[in-house]
Write a protein that binds this ligand. Structure first.
Ligand SMILES: Nc1ncnc2c1ncn2[C@@H]1O[C@H](COP(=O)(O)OP(=O)(O)OP(=O)(O)O)[C@@H](O)[C@H]1O
Ligand SMILES: [Mg+2]
Length: 470
């Protein structure tokens, strides 16, 4: 609960008693003090969420509490109480940081309303804190490849400027993360960061999402609403998937980027904003311009500083690092500190093409963590990558075919596997034994990974043993 403990500081016993009765009935913890000195003592001992304080107390001004109160990391909200003749001092207290004030005499419902208000406010602060922590959480680009290092270098240079950055890259490569990390290293990092997904809404809704609307601007516009550009004022706005906006909106967007002003939908007042714009796209905007789908002038406005995030298959050096990073993250999340990626898993990860890029890798690792059994290493089949379950058979066959074609070209038959005439049975045996060892000799899991029944596996192993015995 956002408000649990309330302190009432007033020298009139009747007031203290009223608060106690009203608030205890609502299950708040209530303490009361009749002087500043007594309040100080209580506040040393306990943490209060809301403090009702009379502006005049026997041993001093209620306002002195404000200073004391504003020190902690989550200071209580102070609500000043004043008699008719002292409203001015209550106003002064508001200036000094009080949350609100009550004029005596007041009704019980006024107390209740104020406590509710304090509660919503504190809850909002908590949510805000939580969201900021989340934003701050995963802002680092993980990766060790030359490509990602080059990207980090570029970001470091452009982040502290005011330049508009156009982030291009395939799905799931980390464009949003790049935008977030730009924001965090910018000079606007303590100001709002607002994101708008340009692909999410219809043209009309999108326009009001961007620029807001006035009450009655269209059916359903019951109230005035500020758009994302206004919300981001002073801070940073991420236009996610910018290629998706309609020609009409492109024109409007061009104006904001050029003139830094716009009108709300249905409004006449021109609103000025100061916003740093970041944009992402997974379509090639240059091509979209050539095809006539995207305005050229807008393209140049956005493409001040282009950044491209390479697909994962072009920076394979990041696969392992990212896999380990996601494993650590999900192992923690799912309480599975025992997990590690076997060489077999790494081989499977390295072999995959990652059409869904980092997001696909992240999902694969999460899936594997969920699928894995306690005490056993992660097995590649748990990653759920297409073609992994029967990894070596088709791969080996492919090697075999390649070897054969190589041999027909250069005339001799030795390839990566040593011999182009390796039989399917030998390949199968090699693969089965490898998977079994990756599964720490757990037959159930190995059978699962191989997508064969445990009985078939047992029979195969039996055969191999017989062969060895012979
Ligand atoms: N280098 C990285 N280090 C750590 N996490 C990353 C990295 N790149 C991407 N991710 C994670 O992968 C997921 C996908 O990244 P993000 O949403 O930024 O991609 P995107 O390019 O915006 O994708 P889409 O085109 O589908 O919108 C996110 O959870 C993100 O945190
Ligand atoms: Mg995205």
């Amino acid at each position: 609960m956002a408000v649990e403990k309330i302190l009432v500081i007033d020298d009139e016993p009747f007031i203290r008693k009223t608060f106690e009765e009203v608030l205890r009935g609502k299950r708040y913890g209530v303490s009361s003090a009749s002087s500043i000195a007594e309040a100080e003592r209580l506040m040393k001992r306990e943490q209060f969420d809301v403090v009702f304080v009379d502006v005049r107390l026997p041993d001093g001004e209620g306002m002195s509490i404000l200073e004391r109160v504003s020190k902690g990391s989550t200071p209580p909200l102070a609500i000043m109480m004043s008699g008719f003749g002292t409203i001015e001092s209550a106003v002064e207290c508001m200036r000094a940081g009080a949350f609100d004030y009550l004029t005596k005499p007041f009704s019980i419902s006024q107390i209740e309303v104020l406590v509710k208000k304090a509660e919503s406010y504190r809850q909002m602060l908590q949510v805000n804190e939580y969201l900021s922590a989340e934003l701050a959480g995963a802002k680092d680009l993980v990766g060790a490849s030359e490509e990602i290092n080059r990207l980090r270098d570029m970001l470091r240079k452009v982040a502290p400027t005011e330049a508009t950055v156009l982030i291009q890259g395939e799905n799931g490569t980390g464009k949003e993360l790049v935008a977030l990390s730009l924001y965090h290293s910018s000079t606007r990092s303590h100001l709002p960061y607002i994101r708008v997904n340009c692909a999410a809404l219809s043209e009309n809704l999108m326009e009001s999402e961007f620029f807001g609307h006035e009450k009655g601007a269209f059916t359903g516009a019951m109230e005035r609403r500020e758009g994302r550009f206004e919300l981001a004022n002073g801070g940073t706005l991420l236009l996610d998937e910018i290629s998706e906006i309609s020609p009409r909106l492109q024109a409007k967007l061009l104006r904001v980027l050029q003139e830094k002003e716009f009108e709300r939908v249905g409004g006449v007042k021109t609103i000025q904003v100061d916003v740093r714009v970041l944009a992402t796209t997974n379509r090639d905007l240059r091509k979209a311009v050539e095809k006539g789908d995207f305005r050229e002038d807008l393209y140049y406005r956005l493409n001040v500083f282009p950044v491209s995030v390479p697909p994962l298959r072009e920076r394979t050096g990041d696969i392992r690092v990212l896999a380990e990073y996601f494993l650590a993250r999900f192992a923690k999340q799912y309480n599975r500190s025992d997990l590690h990626l076997s060489p077999e898993c790494h081989a499977a990860l390295d072999a995959h093409r990652w059409p869904g890029n980092v997001r696909e890798l992240q999902n694969a690792v999460e899936r594997a963590v969920i699928m894995s059994e306690p005490g056993a290493p992660l097995i590649s089949s748990a990653l759920g990558l297409p073609g992994i379950q029967t990894l070596a058979v088709p791969v080996s066959l492919k090697v075999n075919e390649e070897t054969e074609s190589a041999s027909s070209i250069n005339g001799h038959g030795s390839g990566p596997l040593g011999d182009s005439r390796v039989s399917l049975a030998a390949l199968e045996k090699e693969h089965i034994l490898r998977v079994l060892s990756a599964c720490a000799d757990n037959r159930t899991r190995a059978a699962d990974a191989l997508q064969i029944s445990i009985r078939t596996l047992r029979n195969k192993l039996h055969e191999y043993r017989l062969a060895k015995d012979e």
